[in-house]
Design a protein around this ligand. Sequence first.
Ligand code: GLP
Length: 250
Amino acid sequence: MEIIIKVNAEAAGLLAAGLIAEKIRTNPKTVLGLATGGTPLPVYEELVRLYRQENLDFSSVTTFNLDEYVGLGGEDANSYCRFMWENLFNHINIAPERVHIPNGLAEDMEAHCLEYEDRIQQAGGIDLQLLGIGANGHIGFNEPNSSFASRTRVVNLAPETVKANRRFFPAEEDVPRRAVTMGIGTILESRSCLLLAAGENKAEALAAALEAPVSSSVPASALQSHPRTTVICDRAAAAKLRNRLKNESA
Ligand code: GLP
């Protein structure tokens, strides 16, 4: 596992976007796994700039998002679908039919989850999965104690996740309690993973994920067993890594 520490969140995002762009330039049919949250925003901003100014071509790229809130439609201001269109897809030349985001309103959720897994398979699997990390160590919405073999499914959000998401919703009772997420097993099947972490509130989770023994109580620690994972973080998120000096770069 390669761990790269950048000076701040913007620099970390720029590097991550550069790696994604390189993948797309090498293979225009790249299948990307994408994440939401504040952390990937600088990545998406840079990918849009690369499209506009440096001819980065998304026309043959396929994407699969990690997760979505159950109960929110794609048009809802807080849905991850809306987030992705507003922050990335509306601004690049991606083909809408190659964009995949779990549907939080699917009538038959079980069938929808199976179909989502099928679609990933049909696309040839995910080449590069971008991931953030929750302050409790979650990846996607795989909360602590999720099975490392888990697949796309509906999950209950941990109380600390509901609390962390409260800031985006008008009232506590509006925060969704359930989500549909790719499983840890699904994520581990990606050919490569790119974990991005920024901010001091991620320092503890990142240290637990990277430097403590692998444990289902820290879902992101599953990545220790993935042969091709790159971690890019800022100094604040790296603050509790004991091996950080070995990895630091400007
Ligand atoms: C949500 C998402 C995760 C994301 C996490 C951290 O829970 N489901 O995929 O990694 O938030 O978000 P942020 O980057 O805003 O800290």
